[in-house]
Design a protein around this ligand. Structure first.
Ligand code: ADP
Ligand code: MG
Length: 610
């Protein structure tokens, strides 16, 4: 086959690699080897001679003699065309093929075919190509040699060859359309291996603007607490990243809300020292919080500036550490920085992300780039992504939070009210999350508009905000100081810290993804305050919610989320850019992915690093 032709076919199949092709397994097999005996229920092939036939209406019934077996069998044609009538003339000889059934103990085949070629097992492919095209393509490229050259081992090569060329490779009789057991395991492996290889080939590396070698130790030693092991490991990984000049760092640091990422950010800023660092946050509240933390903990010789729309602190043109919102991206005289960081990376819009990407993608030499995210992803997914950029996970939190999580229903409402009253008496705050602002017929829960009257009549200090609320940041800041109950939609996801918040009630919880529930629950108990998370649902025995209540680890929840999505239980329809695999299951197959990474020769990671 010509290479240009093959390329066109690859495009038509929407595949890129040899292993993509090899993984397009036949969807079924046609066994045209002569059967030694009649077996009802199987698709069989026999040499046969027509002894007689009856045609009535459109129907034709053909009696065959099977000389090799000394038996007879009937062929049924429900719509016998003239072609069929000519083909199955009495006395004619055939090799017939079809599924054998019993009718009053008498074997018969409905619509038997008369084969010209037989004695083989033919793979059948379902693809965008013609059967002959895909056979030719696979015949040309899927060879033992090519598969070994891709890095597969003997049992994987043999498996693929057996599946594509059942005739030439032993054990053909046992091929079922759906692989299982060891075979399924190896297919998962090949799929993972192929995917990792593709990601790795996309990885681009650039020299850094500067090697950053200032020590974070003085900063760490002066902190009023000791860092967690995870924090220290991540800082060490970053230290090694930044000290290199040949390669600009590209690292994603993922840790639950409250896992102490700010200290890691500040440690990185001290390593950049006078070579300058920029930190971008998704909201002004967050930028401000980060600025305050920086002023509190960073050594005095590092000048820090804050840049937000409508507010500036310090002079960013002179500062060593510039903190800001996306307003930073619009400055014309933003100085070049050797280190660029983004906090709560997952909260930026696509456009801002693109602008950020542009900021760190100019020139031959690039700044070191660290992204921080509070959206835990399953370890398996993180392992995959680490082929593209380096990934560190922070799974510990500095102090144990006590959060009681419970699914509640209508009948629990009076008790919930009592709980809220008692929390408010202790100067604690309560957040109630509604699915919508306005009433809707589609959702069997109250909206903010419907519910607010009830709360406002009964309690003081009720605040309301939602996603489209232009003043939401102000409302949140005011609520933080003076409020008692906050009614909101999931907007509250934005990482503002509300230290007195002890209770969150999520109305219609079964409608939300576990990741969202996890983010919402992360709002309470920020300072170790004993806290409660109530999932209000008309389905109080919802299994997904019950399981959610049993774990607090964002990484476990991400895995749960994945498992439920795989099982089709998608509630809010927000499937994230999940790679679809045919056999591999990201919720379960960590060991296989680890094996594939090892085969590819993964580097030796620092603890917590993938
Ligand atoms: P994240 O950004 O990961 O959600 P933060 O950095 O805001 O978390 O940290 C949450 C809280 O924990 C902050 O009040 C911070 O000062 C505190 N903190 C961070 N690291 C430690 C630590 N090692 N020991 C005690 N408290 C810590
Ligand atoms: Mg943070």
């Amino acid at each position: 086959m010509e290479e240009a032709e093959a390329k066109a076919l690859f495009r038509k199949l929407k595949i890129r690699t040899l292993l993509d092709l090899a993984l397009l397994l036949p969807s079924s097999y046609e066994d045209t080897r002569l059967s030694p005996r009649i077996e009802a229920g199987k698709t069989q092939t026999f040499e046969a001679e027509v002894t007689d036939r009856q045609i009535r209406g459109g129907r034709m019934q053909v009696r065959f003699r099977l000389p090799a077996l000394g038996r007879q069998i009937t062929g049924q044609f429900f719509k016998a065309t003239p072609y069929h009538q000519r083909l199955f003339e009495p006395g004619s000889r055939h090799v017939i093929h079809g599924k054998v059934t019993l009718y009053n103990h008498w074997p018969q085949i409905a619509q038997p075919r008369s084969l010209k070629e037989y004695g083989r097992i033919l793979p059948r492919y379902k693809s965008a190509l013609k059967e002959s095209e895909i056979r030719a393509l696979i015949g040309t490229y899927v060879t033992e040699r090519n598969l070994y050259a891709e890095g597969l081992e003997s049992r994987e090569v043999q498996l693929l060859m057996r599946r594509h060329f059942p005739d030439e490779y032993a054990g053909a009789g046992e091929l079922s359309a759906t692989p299982a057991g060891e075979e399924l395991e190896r297919l998962k492996f090949i799929e993972a291996f192929n995917h990792l290889k593709k990601l790795r080939s996309k990885r681009r590396e650039f020299p850094a603007l500067k090697a950053l070698k200032a020590s974070p130790k003085p900063f760490i030693d002066k902190l009023p607490f000791t860092l967690t092991e995870d924090q220290r490991h991540v800082i060490e990984a970053i230290r090694l990243d930044l000290a290199r000049e040949e390669r600009a760092a590209r690292r994603m640091i993922i840790g639950d809300v409250g896992s102490g990422k700010t200290m890691v950010i500040l440690a990185a800023a001290t390593m950049a020292g006078k070579e300058r660092a920029i930190l971008m946050a998704p909201t002004s509240i967050l930028a401000q919080q980060l600025y305050e933390e920086a002023c509190k903990h960073l050594p005095e010789e590092l000048e820090t500036a804050l840049v937000m729309q409508g507010r500036m602190e310090g002079d960013y043109r002179e500062a060593d550490f510039i903190i800001g919102t996306h307003a930073l991206l619009y400055l014309e005289d933003l100085p070049e920085a050797a280190l660029v960081m983004v906090d709560e990376q997952h909260r930026f819009g696509t456009r801002q992300r693109a602008m950020l990407e542009a900021l760190v993608s100019q020139g031959e030499r690039r700044p070191h780039y660290l992204q921080f995210s509070a959206t835990p992803i399953p370890r398996t997914q993180a392992m995959m992504e680490s082929e593209l950029i380096d990934v560190s996970l922070i799974t510990q939190t500095p102090f144990e939070k006590t959060i009681h999580s419970r699914v509640i229903g209508r009948s629990d409402f009076p008790e919930l009210l009592k709980h809220i009253e008692s929390e408010l008496e202790q100067e604690h705050q309560v957040l109630i999350v509604y699915p919508l602002v306005e009433e809707s017929e589609e959702i069997p829960y109250q909206s903010i508009d419907e519910a607010r009257g009830f709360w406002e009549k009964r309690f003081e200090g009720v605040y309301v905000t939602h996603g489209r609320d232009k003043n939401k940041e102000e409302v949140l800041l005011e609520f933080r100081e003076r409020g008692r109950i906050l009614l909101a939609t999931t907007v509250i996801e934005v990482g503002i810290s509300l230290p007195r918040l002890s209770t969150v009630v999520i109305v219609g919880a079964e409608r939300l993804g576990l990741a969202t529930l996890h983010q919402l629950r992360g709002r309470v108990g920020r300072n170790g305050l004993e806290s409660w998370c109530f999932l209000y649902s008309h389905q109080p025995d919802n299994e997904r919610l019950t399981k959610f209540c049993r774990t607090r680890s964002g990484f476990e929840i991400a895995c749960l989320d994945l498992a439920y999505r795989n099982s089709g239980d998608i509630v809010d329809g927000t499937i994230q850019s999940g790679q679809k695999f045919r056999w591999l299951d990201l919720a379960e197959d960590e060991a296989i992915i680890a094996e594939a990474r090892a085969r590819l020769g993964a580097k030796v990671p620092i603890e917590g690093e993938l």
